[in-house]
Design a protein around this ligand. Structure first.
Ligand code: BGC
Length: 752
């Protein structure tokens, strides 16, 4: 035995770094439990192999051109990163055909399994944010703000479902969605990536998305989801992306935490951190938030990933660390499992030094690697790692397209419709103008084809602009596309003028603004159009509520189109013609004024006025300072709410109270209505919102049809609220339930 005289640690090193033979080891045995496999594999790994698993690198480190848009694998680069540096994860890409993704992922997977000593498959992460947005031929759904506007969780489920169907086979194992930040700051450049300002809507929609993404119809392939960006990212004080947010912990627990908690309770696999600072500390360097809150209090036991180059940001953006090594120490000590480094090996180098110096223990590394390996095993990557190409006919199928169209149709919000100018029945001439009239990219926004949204020529031919869709919708009408605002005579000859304005695509810091107003040029053009005798419809294609107060009153109809995706133009045209009856409702408050942004669930003292200027006559009831309030949305029919009843006016802790209401379609068109149930807690030791959405349901009604719907109120779920520590507080007293303009009071009694 020649080895017998070698020191023990050298023997162990030799054993650990030798390639494995063909024998099947416990971690390779698909019959063993995941925990057995994880522990067996972990035992065989060197510390360097473990550190490699904690690293995620960008596609630009292994592709041909070093540019994001290129999905061509350079084997030597990947071989080195996987073989020598043990990298366990890569991310990103752009919209190339499935065949090309297949080739890329097949090659990368082979290197992962063959070049790593233990055959550990790589896990690939991607931002398929509203459908498989980085895949050519994919089905592109409306963005999340539109899904919120549908108030119909089916559409969020379908978005997750179709995304999984169209990407699971390609080896896109890890989808960086849903975004569960709360859309409370109208200036924020990512507002449209959220489901809106209400925590309950975000919780329901996020959970539905997750269920869709976890469909068994992708079997044996699976896709993991990511709740992002934990926590407090969405409400920066200045409105700029990743600038500091100051949110009291009580408000964090009450408003920002619930959507994350909902998907954690539903078993979401991964969480991406907010790389901005919250209350003075970058979240990804906060042990209190990542380990204390996310892990210990909220019970998350999956993989925690940083956002893009976050560790570096601690050095050159937040200045909490002097160098990369200290930054790494801060992030890993906070509880980070994986670093989206993503362009260098700095994280690996820093980790090696920190472990060698004993500042980060191998046990700490094991904690993270255990979670990462568990995820890889759960996704089936060890047993069936390769992508497959035999189900590509499911990508962009007609069935999937119809799901996206259905979502887009229900997501358009009719904000204003003076004298019923819409729908436009049998118009002879429509003039359509504005910067979004003939644009595909504006309808889809960022994270579509590319990070900042593709260029016009990158969009498939079959995708329509609003102009295209109007031509299809009104084959007998003359549709005039005016690039400039026409002369008054010409305007007056139209039966309808449509101004499609809003914003061009953007996300993150590229979308920072200093002024929420719609651009002066657009306001000016709209103002000119209002002088015409012809009815004017404004179509707002935008990711956030740009201020339109100065023109709104003079415009006959306003549609909030948001970012409705590839099928958005057809949906808008369907609503203008009346083929589809609008049923979207605002998932945000549309602000009236440039310096007063208040969500609907604001505190009583947020909004008030003095009757007759008398300081002793404060009026607070039923005040909403927005131009269009949260939940506002018109239909071409009318819905009447009647007979709101409670089965008791007294509710005891531990019991439930049943509320019921009748909704009647009292108009002459079939339509859909989302019933929004709000609760008000009249007295609270921590001031209570004036009202809070606690339940919603969307129903379809034929003209004259009625339906009775219900809301079952449970004190712990619907009446309690969290204190500063996140503990639940239930207080006896008066509550009001509200739905469709009706309200009823009841009282809660506590046992002691
Ligand atoms: C964004 C994330 C995204 C990541 C990877 C970051 O800049 O904030 O939402 O998942 O990039 O592309």
């Amino acid at each position: 035995m020649r080895n017998a005289c070698l020191p023990l640690f050298i023997m162990i090193t030799i054993m650990m770094t030798q390639p494995l033979g063909a024998q099947s080891l416990l971690y390779q045995d698909s019959e063993a439990t995941i925990e057995e496999r994880v522990e067996d594999l972990l035992d065989r790994m060197t510390i360097y192999e473990k550190i490699g698993q904690m690293t995620q690198l960008n596609i630009t480190t292994i592709n041909e051109t070093g540019h994001q848009s290129n999905v061509e694998l350079v084997e030597e680069k990947a071989r080195e990163l996987i073989g020598e540096h043990h990298i366990g994860s890569f991310l990103n890409g752009e919209a190339v055909p499935p065949e090309q993704w297949f080739e890329f992922m097949d090659g990368l997977t082979r290197l992962g399994v063959e070049e790593s000593r233990l055959g550990i498959p790589i896990i690939y992460g991607i931002d398929h944010m509203h459908g498989a947005s980085y895949l050519e031929r994919a089905t592109i759904f409306p963005q999340a703000i539109n899904l919120g506007a549908t108030f119909n969780e089916k559409h969020s489920y379908n978005t997750g479902y179709v995304t999984a169907i169209e990407s699971a086979d390609l080896g896109h194992h890890w989808n960086f969605a849903p975004v569960l930040d709360l859309g409370v700051n109208p200036l924020w450049s990512r507002l449209w990536e959220t489901f809106g300002e209400d925590p309950h809507v975000a919780s329901v929609m996020g959970t539905a998305y997750l269920k869709g993404l976890k469909t068994e119809d992708t079997n044996p392939k699976k896709v993991a989801a990511t709740a992002k960006h934990f926590l407090g990212y969405s409400d920066p004080k200045s409105g700029w992306d990743r600038s500091p947010a100051y949110i009291p912990m009580q408000a964090i627990h009450e408003f920002h935490r619930p959507p994350f908690q909902a998907v954690i309770d539903e078993g979401i696999e991964t969480v991406m951190l907010n790389s901005g600072e919250l209350n003075g500390v970058p979240v990804h360097a906060s042990h209190e938030l990542v380990t204390g809150l996310l892990r210990d209090q909220m019970g998350f036991d999956g993989v925690v990933l940083t956002d893009w180059a976050d560790i570096e940001k601690l050095v050159n953006f937040h200045y909490t660390a002097e160098n990369y090594k200290e930054a790494t120490y801060q992030a890993v000590s906070a509880g980070v499992d994986m670093s989206m480094t993503p362009l260098t090996l700095e994280f690996n180098e820093a980790m090696k030094e920190l472990v060698e110096e004993g500042r980060i223990t191998e046990e700490r590394v094991d904690e993270s690697v255990r979670r990462i390996l568990r995820l890889k095993f759960e996704l089936g990557l060890f047993d069936d790692p390769f992508p497959r190409s035999d189900r590509f006919d499911r990508i962009g199928s007609e069935d999937n397209r119809l799901k996206a169209l259905d979502a887009a149709r229900e997501s358009i919000v009719l904000l204003r419709n003076e004298n019923g100018v819409l729908p436009a029945e049998n118009p002879r001439k429509i003039i359509v103008t504005g910067p979004s009239a003939n644009s595909k990219r504006n309808l889809s926004g960022g994270w579509t084809i590319t990070w900042q949204g593709g260029e016009e020529e990158q969009f498939p031919d079959r995708v329509m602009t609003i102009l295209d869709a109007l031509n299809v919708e009104f084959p007998d009408a003359e549709i005039v596309h005016a690039k400039e605002i026409p002369e008054p005579d010409q305007l007056n000859s139209a039966d309808l003028i449509i101004y499609a304005g809003g914003e061009e695509p953007y996300t993150e810091f590229i979308g920072n603004i200093n002024d929420l107003s719609l651009s002066p040029e657009q306001l000016d053009d709209i103002s000119k159009l209002t002088k015409s005798d012809s009815p004017l419809a404004l179509v707002l294609v935008q990711g956030r509520p740009r201020l339109i107060t100065e023109v709104a009153i003079d415009v006959d109809a306003i549609l909030f189109a948001g970012l409705p995706g590839f099928e958005g133009a057809e949906a808008i045209a369907n609503i203008i013609s009346g083929k589809v009856n609008p049923s979207g409702k605002l998932p945000i408050s549309y602000p009236m004024n440039p310096n007063h942004f208040i969500p609907y669930n604001h505190k009583p003292s947020d909004v008030y006025f003095f009757e007759g200027g008398n300081p002793n006559e404060i009026i607070q009831e039923d005040q909403d300072p927005s131009l269009f309030p949260f939940g506002h949305g018109l239909s071409y029919t009318t819905f009447e709410y009647s007979e709101l009843s409670l089965d008791s006016s007294q509710l005891n802790e531990g019991d439930r109270l049943q509320a019921e209401v009748t909704i009647t379609n009292s108009g002459n068109r079939a339509g859909m209505e989302s019933a929004l149930w709000f609760l008000t807690n009249h007295v609270g030791k921590i001031t209570r919102p004036v009202k809070e959405l606690k339940h919603f349901e969307k129903i379809s009604l034929e003209p004259g049809e009625s339906v009775r719907i219900e809301f079952s109120i449970n004190p712990e779920e619907h009446l309690a609220y969290p204190n500063q520590k996140g503990d639940s507080v239930l207080e006896a007293g008066k509550f009001t339930v509200r739905v469709g303009g009706l309200s009823e009071e009841f009282y809660l009694d506590l046992m002691n």
